[in-house]
Design a protein around this ligand. Structure first.
Ligand code: ADP
Ligand code: F6P
Length: 324
């Protein structure tokens, strides 16, 4: 089996995430160390379709492990959902003698990888997303950096919010998932955490909570609102009108996706990148690399895509309990 893989390619797709560069570096250097040829594909699936493909050597990934973003660039390529476009992409892989492709991205990118797999191209996924919303893994490359960036920014907002005795609504990223919100909620000591997975729209309950907190002597009221709920600015206006307490909304936005990756993101990306190459060399096809219960794992890409992930009930309860 091992001698069937001679050339692999690597691309990054979907939203970028800190640590993607560390993953690219690891894929490239592991493949070269194992005697393979490596090709880098620019701009995700878009670049594959445009044949933005070039050979990579060890020095091409020098000095990138500490950098956020992705040196390969990334894209959202909506046309990749069309079967004829997927066929074309597979034909391009064959034309460039690509025996296996490593896709670093979120579950949308995994669907693209599955499409390539169905066209006979060995595709291996690496979890690269700040959202932590990939079910087959406890860890996604970029989450640790993003949540630390958000936490530090929220600490700063909390300082000024307390001084002015205001209520603050801070909106964090995560698309339809509430993991960044949940982690910041606990790590920043928020009074309320609004998660798409949990939130039944009851603004009156939040208002009652704010009034009760103020009566207990709290000088601030910090609400972490997940992007999946959104509407932070209008929510702030309504809360201010109902409570008489000055309320400000801050939307943290793209700052959460940039910056130097933490040690954890660099470390996991490095191990996972190597594993992506090694599972192919072991003769496995169409896998997704993950980390579960303390162990690095690989699971079938199709199985990975039907798995579900839920916010932990106990952890959510703790978050609420600690706001007294
Ligand atoms: P992420 O990978 O971060 O979840 P997206 O959901 O935007 O980000 O997906 C990234 C890219 O993956 C899309 O722009 C598209 O090129 C590809 N993709 C997403 N869904 C599919 C699908 N159902 N079939 C084929 N390709 C897909
Ligand atoms: O998936 C990462 C992410 O940053 C989400 O948290 C967010 O919803 C989305 O990407 C934003 O995407 P775009 O860069 O297309 O605005």
């Amino acid at each position: 089996m091992a001698n069937e893989i001679k050339t692999i390619a690597v691309l990054t797709s979907g939203g970028d995430a800190p640590g993607m560069n560390a993953a690219i570096r690891s894929v490239v250097r592991t493949a070269l160390s194992r005697g393979l040829k490596v090709k880098g594909i620019k701009r995700g699936y878009m670049g594959l379709l445009n044949e933005e493909i070039s050979d990579m050597v060890a020095r091409d990934v020098s000095d990138i492990i500490q950098r956020g973003g992705t040196i390969l660039g990334t894209a959202r390529c909506l046309e990749f959902q069309k079967p004829e476009v997927q066929q074309k992409a597979a034909a391009i892989c064959r034309k460039h003698a690509i025996d296996g492709i490593v896709v670093i991205g979120g579950d949308g990118s995994y669907r693209g990888a599955l499409a390539l797999a169905r066209q006979g191209i060995n595709a291996v996924g690496l979890p690269g997303t700040i959202d932590l919303d990939i079910a087959c893994t406890d860890y996604t490359i970029g989450f640790d950096t993003a949540v630390n960036t958000a936490m530090q920014a929220i600490d700063k907002v909390k300082d000024t919010s307390s001084s002015h005795e205001r209520c603050s609504i801070i909106e964090v990223m995560g698309r339809n998932a509430g993991y960044i919100a949940m982690w910041c909620g606990i790590s920043n000591g928020a009074e309320d955490i609004l998660l798409p997975e949990k939130y039944e729209y009851n603004e009156q309950e939040i208002i009652n909570h704010i009034i009760a907190s103020r009566k207990k002597g709290k000088t601030h009221h910090l609400i972490i609102n997940a992007e999946g709920i959104g509407h932070s600015v209008s929510m702030a206006r309504r809360i201010e009108a109902a409570t008489g307490i000055e309320t400000r909304a801050t939307i943290l936005g793209y700052m959460q996706r940039g910056g130097n990756p933490t040690a954890r993101d660099r470390y996991y990306a490095s191990i996972m990148g190597a594993m992506a190459v090694d599972v192919m060399l072991q003769g496995k096809t169409n896998r997704v690399i993950g980390y579960r219960n303390g162990v690095f794992t690989d699971v079938d890409i199709e199985e990975a895509l039907v798995m579900e992930k839920h916010i932990d009930e106990y952890q959510y309860e703790v978050a609420q309990m600690l706001t007294i």
